[in-house]
Structure formats: C-alpha cells, structure tokens
Design a protein around this ligand. Structure first.
Ligand SMILES: Cc1cc2nc3c(=O)[nH]c(=O)nc-3n(C[C@H](O)[C@H](O)[C@H](O)COP(=O)(O)OP(=O)(O)OC[C@H]3O[C@@H](n4cnc5c(N)ncnc54)[C@H](O)[C@@H]3O)c2cc1C
Length: 506
C-alpha cells in the first residue's frame, strides 16, 4: 500500500480483535475503540478477589480455526496461549443417569452403548454421515454472501441434499437414536446458538459432529486470555486499541461512513469502519436515524436468541465435578419452550457448570474453586424485572447444585459472587434485548439474509461478530473477521495470503 488505509473498529470483542490483528498485519492503520476498561467483550475475564472467571465462552471448539487466525496475523497461537484438549468433553446429568462424552472413541462408544443404547456401529454411521454434512456445509460458511450472486455458488448448491430441509436437529437425530431424551446428548449443543433442538435447522447437526471430530479445549488462565492475546498481537502488528472510549455514533457523508464520534465528543475519521458492537444494538444507537433497513420497528420483527442468567461463585472448597457439566431438567422441552416462546422462567431448570480445578490451577487459590454457572433465560422481550427476581432464581440454582450435584456446603462456602442477568447483558454489554447469541440462526436470517459482512446499507462499513455471517460462536465470529478483512483487502488490491481456501480470492 502506498499510503496506509485507515480502519476504525468499534469494539474490542472477539470479532473486532480478530479483524484488528489480521488487518494490522496486512499493513492497514488500525484503530480500535472499546467502551470498556478491558478487551474481550462477552469473552473477557472477570476478577473477583483471588478468583478469575470467564464472563462468556468456556468451550474452544474447532481449535484449528483459532490456530489459523493467529497465522493470518503472522503469529503462532502456541506462542501466546496454552490450549489443552479435554479427556471428557463434558458430562451430561439426567435424573437417572450420567453420560460422559469421552474424547477417546473406544471409551466413548462403550459409554454410549451402555447409557443410551447407541451401538458402536450406529455411532460410526452417525460420524461418517455427519462428517459428509460438515465437509459440505463448512466451506459454505467460510464464503462471503454480501452479493446476491454469492448465493449461487456451486458449493452451496451441492450442499442442498445435506441440509435435511424441513427437519430439525431433534427430528434428524431420530435416524440414530430412538429415545427422545437420549437425543439430547447430540442436540443440547443448539443452546450454543440460543435455540431449541426441535426448532433449530437440521444442518446444525454439525455442532455435535465438530465436538466429536475436533474435541473441546480449555485455555490455561481462561478463554478471556484469547482476547488478551489477540489484543497483544494487534498492538505488536502496529494497531492501536483505545480503552474506555465508547463510540456515540457513526459519522456519515451521504451513505458513506467516514468515521466515528466518541461519547466524549472527539471525532476520528477512517477509510473504512468495522462495527463489532452487537449488530442490533449498533443499529439502534450508533446508526440511529440513518438506517432504513434496520429501524427499531423492523428489528422488532426479527427473531432473537434467548439470554442467560449467570452466576460466578468464588468458593472456598473443591468439588468432585467434571470440567463441563450440563444438568438437564426433568422436562427439558418445556423449559426451553417457556424461555424461548413464553418469556417465562421455569422452576425445572437446566443449568451448565464449569469447574476448572481439575486442569487449571490459575483461576482460584489452592483448595478453592471459581465456579461458573449458566442458566438459559428469556431475552428481554419478556419484560421480566430481573432486579426483583434474580435472588430467587439464584437460590433455585444453588438448590440444584447442592441436591443434584451433591455439592454439599456450597452456600456456606461462597466467598465472593457476581450475577449477570439478561438486563445486565443489555445495559452493561450493549447487547440488544440481552439476546447473547444475537439474531437467531434460522434459515431466513442466515447467509445473504443475515446482516452482511460488507454492510448492505452504508458504504465503507463492514460488520464482524455474532450478528453477521456466519454466526455466533467463537470460530464463526473469527470467520466473520477474516471474511471482512479479506473483503477490505480485496477492495484496496492488497496482496495477501489467506488460509481460508473457500474464500473466492480475486
Ligand atoms: C454466556 C455466554 C457463553 C458463551 N459460550 C461460548 C462458548 O463456550 N464457545 C463459543 O465459541 N462461544 C460462546 N459464546 C458466544 C460468543 O462466542 C461470545 O458471545 C462472543 O464474545 C461474541 O463476540 P462478538 O465479537 O460478537 O461480541 P462482543 O463480545 O459483545 O464484543 C463487542 C465489543 O464491542 C464493545 N462495544 C459495544 N458498544 C460499544 C461502543 N459504543 N463503543 C465501543 N465499544 C463498544 C463491547 O464492549 C465489546 O467489547 C458465549 C456467549 C455467552 C454470552
């Protein structure tokens, strides 16, 4: 580049940081404005006394994508982070049984046969069939869909038979597992998208497949370390990150975004601006009065994911509990339907707990535990007043942990704690409706129909993060950053190497 092109990125969440480190490596002049005093957004860490928690993500899936992103930024992930493959990906607790999902396939097949009657042959059939589906679908997710013609690529057309259109993840699983409650072993993962397995399109079977194919990793020090490492790489590559600098609005010249105005009144100008702040929140605040396609009225008609009630407990005890434990309700379907469709909480809770002690001694002092508890909850369309009900639900969660997980003495041993409610996600994290997994991943809100990486409404404006294509989880968020970085690089004729072999490079 003769003269460095300047890129402003709004938000130092996973999407913004990943784009920041790639574009700064390619020679762009990158400036990130982050409203918080630390980087990471929903993927930052939370310090309470001697305890460290991850605020959001705790599962690293598809580690190879993480490796690739660091390589795209000219670095090696292993020089920044220690990622450990889990022997037991997670433990699933039913009322009458526990299922350990082992990484070792011999142990896993034995467990599945004993606990849910899935024969080793049926598991192999599942694995081979879902591998084919994944091998077709994943390349399509790596392509950009900012132009209508992108929808007619050959890979996408070849994928159609693998989409099992008209089926949900739950009904599709009937091929492999007869008993409905046992299907949860391969379908609770739709919660990663904030969706119900019986509503989630069948092609999201790839979620459970990819866990079985690539394993689940923990990051020493917590997954917040990934954001810190990406921020470090961005700075090493010459990018600048301003903390505690909230953006107030986008600046326009006609349809063209020319920069940002900060809350403190400062203005900064750029050739291109990337929005990482939650998409619907950004439309209602940063592009207020400018967007015609995503007005509050139109956003109201969109479908959104559920939210999460979070408990972070610093406890002066250790527990015999796997690293990841999912506790199912008696009637999981009713629970998920209540929170997704009726906007209600339901006493028969299903919760997820992370107990990092077994493999990470850095998060709590010796003999103590930093417990992370996640409880699916309605998004803020519900109108629930969380300030007045959060303590009641906290108590129900602790009851489940003490009774069903045999964590006796838990309550008395809590030294520090913090709660994040759906209201807090909206107020403190700028997440529209507190819908933490963004716009739902329904067919009518995906690919070309999702807000596009090269934003369709304004010029010189790009999107990264869970609200754009391909969607909301760390690997797909990083893909959004890579796609937007490639589109910007193409626009300026930058010569670059990308490890995304499915990106149609000019
Ligand atoms: C509880 C929970 C658990 C999850 N678990 C997993 C998991 O295990 N694995 C996984 O892969 N994914 C998981 N996810 C999903 C996803 O990976 C994370 O939500 C991810 O952090 C989203 O990244 P993002 O870049 O889209 O948005 P964010 O993380 O929200 O980043 C946006 C950034 O923009 C900043 N910002 C907002 N407004 C402004 C403004 N006006 N000016 C400047 N900055 C602004 C924010 O402070 C933030 O830093 C989880 C999410 C949650 C909430």
């Amino acid at each position: 580049m003769n003269q460095k092109k300047k890129i402003i990125i709004i938000g130092a969440g996973p999407g913004g940081l990943c784009a920041g480190m790639i574009l700064s490596y390619r020679g762009f002049d990158v400036t990130i404005y982050e409203k918080d005093e630390q980087v990471g957004g929903r993927n930052k860490n939370l310090k309470l006394g001697d305890y460290t928690f991850d605020v959001g993500p705790t599962f690293v899936m598809m580690k190879f994508i993480f490796d690739e992103m660091f390589e795209e930024a000219g670095k090696k992930l292993d020089d920044y982070l220690q990622m450990d493959l889990l022997d037991i990906s997670y433990q699933l607790r039913y009322f009458n049984k526990e299922v350990d999902v082992y990484w070792d396939k011999t142990k896993l097949k034995k467990e599945l046969e004993q606990k849910i009657g899935m024969t080793p042959e049926m598991y192999d059939y599942f694995f081979d069939r879902e591998k084919k589906r994944f091998d077709h679908i994943f390349p399509c997710l790596q392509k950009p869909y900012h132009k209508l013609k992108n929808n007619f690529n050959l890979d996408l057309i070849k994928t159609i038979p693998h989409l099992s259109l008209g089926h949900s993840v739950f009904s599709e699983l009937g091929r492999y597992i007869k008993k409905e409650e046992d299907r949860l072993v391969f379908s609770f993962q739709t919660k990663y998208l904030g969706m119900a397995p019986w509503k989630c399109p069948a092609f999201f079977m790839i979620l459970s497949y990819l866990e079985h194919a690539f394993g689940i990793y923990h990051v020493q020090g917590g997954l917040g370390k990934i954001s810190e490492a990406m921020a470090k790489v961005t700075r090493e590559n010459g990018g600048v990150i301003h903390l505690k600098k909230p953006v107030k609005s986008l600046l326009f010249e006609g349809k063209k975004v020319i920069g940002v105005e900060l809350e403190n009144g400062e203005k900064d100008y750029a050739d291109d601006t990337i929005i990482n702040a939650d998409f619907s929140w950004a439309m209602t605040h940063l592009a207020k009065g400018k967007t015609k396609k995503y007005t509050p009225k139109k956003l109201k008609k969109k479908k959104y994911s559920c939210s999460m009630l979070m408990l972070y407990l610093g406890v002066k005890k250790t527990f015999d509990l796997e690293h990841h434990t999912v506790v199912f309700s008696k009637n999981y379907e009713e629970y998920i339907n209540r929170i997704n469709n009726s906007g209600q909480m339901y006493e028969d809770l299903s919760i997820y707990i992370r107990n990092p002690n077994k493999i990470d001694s850095t998060l709590a002092p010796k003999g103590k535990t930093a417990l992370y508890v996640l409880v699916p909850a309605p998004n803020n369309k519900s109108g629930l007043d969380w300030d007045s009900i959060k303590d009641e639900w906290r108590d129900r969660v602790l009851d489940i942990m003490e009774d069903r997980l045999n964590m006796k003495g838990l309550r008395e041993s809590i030294e520090v704690e913090h709660i994040i409610t759906p209201d807090d996600w909206e107020a403190d994290f700028n997440v529209h409706l507190g819908a933490v997994f963004n716009l739902s991943h329904t067919l009518d809100q995906m690919l070309y129909l999702r807000p596009r990486n090269e934003f369709e409404e304004f010029d010189n404006c790009y999107l990264v993060g869970g609200g754009t294509h391909p969607g909301s989880s760390l690997p797909t968020i990083y893909e959004s950053s890579r796609i937007s970085s490639n589109l910007i690089s193409d626009k300026y004729g930058i010569d670059y190497e990308t490890l995304n072999k499915n990106y149609p490079k000019k």
